[in-house]
Write a protein that binds this ligand. Structure first.
Ligand SMILES: Nc1nc2c(ncn2[C@@H]2O[C@H](COP(=O)(O)OP(=O)(O)OP(=O)(O)O)[C@@H](O)[C@H]2O)c(=O)[nH]1
Length: 283
């Protein structure tokens, strides 16, 4: 199934990012550690060109740590990469050291020419719900010290003064992911990057259970107290529904209710640390 959803405003958003780039020293490309590939905009290289970049895999607390390591190896060929948790702040400050390394050469040259060391300007880009606002808060220590009246490119944008000679544009660049197949769309929806309503909850929960049947069967059994996992996903969702008391009158399973429970538990990490995509295997 081919899904068309890349309307005009998404192209406008891309143009907006391009326009801001000449004010920026380092872009933080924020990806969801559970779906690093699907949460990536495929045009990102064309948008950022040779702009210095850090790739940050956010929500590392929700992703499988082993797979996250593999993804970091994979991305390190493109740019310095790290995994972070923007909710707790874990590893977030490491972004400063990476940005510092990336800009050292320019800073040294500027000093040689007798210029003062200037603040390194950062900007975050990423798909909806990946944690951009949360990261802005963490980097700014939740203390949004504005740098006075110096605007960004558009009205309402401001630079936030961060620690150690860094400034951050307080308006992140939103880049949507493009996807051509239903599976990638489902993964994005499971991770909250596509508005609710585009995919039906029952379909999403079904797909998630199908993935977990393959990858984490023991976790499913344990979480839902199941002695046996039905190989039939439709039946398995019903079994989970029964265990969770999601029954309608007449004893029929309320599929909508159980689906919502499964999706919420995934979102909160209660099903364990699950990565939905593996890095491509080099041939
Ligand atoms: N578990 C976990 N949740 C996170 C993390 N970072 C952000 N979140 C949650 O993810 C959700 C989205 O975070 P936001 O910071 O609003 O994401 P955003 O990219 O600014 O979202 P948009 O405004 O839709 O573009 C919120 O519920 C956050 O609490 C993280 O590292 N771990």
């Amino acid at each position: 199934m081919s899904i068309q959803w890349y309307p005009g405003h998404m192209d406008k958003a891309k143009k907006k990012i391009k326009k801001r780039l000449n004010l920026i020293d380092v872009v933080i490309e924020l990806l969801d550690a559970r779906i690093p590939l699907s949460s990536r905009n495929p045009d990102i290289d064309e948008v950022l060109k040779d702009k210095k970049r850090i790739i940050a895999l956010n929500k590392k607390d929700l992703a499988d740590p082993q797979v996250t390591k593999q993804w970091l190896d994979y991305f390190s060929e493109t740019a310095p990469s790290l995994a972070i948790n923007s909710l707790s702040g874990n590893n977030v400050k490491q972004i400063f050291s990476l940005a510092d390394q990336l800009t050292q050469e320019e800073q040294a040259k500027a000093l040689e020419r007798g210029r003062k060391k200037r603040d390194v300007k950062l900007m975050i880009v990423g798909v909806p719900n990946v944690g951009k606002s949360q990261l802005i808060n963490q980097l700014g220590n939740k203390n949004k010290t504005r740098t006075g009246n110096r605007p960004g490119v558009t009205r309402g944008e401001q630079w936030v003064k961060l620690q150690q000679g860094f400034e951050l544009l307080d308006t992140p660049g939103v880049l949507w992911s493009k996807f051509n197949d239903e599976e990638a769309g489902v993964r994005l929806a499971l991770c909250g990057a596509i508005k609710e309503g585009r995919f039906d909850n029952e379909l999403l929960a079904y797909k998630l259970v199908q993935i977990l049947q393959e990858s984490n069967p023991e976790r499913l059994k344990e979480r839902y107290d199941l002695d046996h996992l039905s190989p039939d996903t439709y039946q398995l969702v019903a079994d989970i529904g029964k265990k969770r008391g999601c029954l309608q009158s007449g004893g029929k399973v309320d599929r909508n209710r159980v689906s919502k429970i499964i999706l919420k538990e995934f979102d909160e990490g209660k099903l364990g640390r699950i990565t939905l995509e593996q890095p491509p295997v080099e041939s």
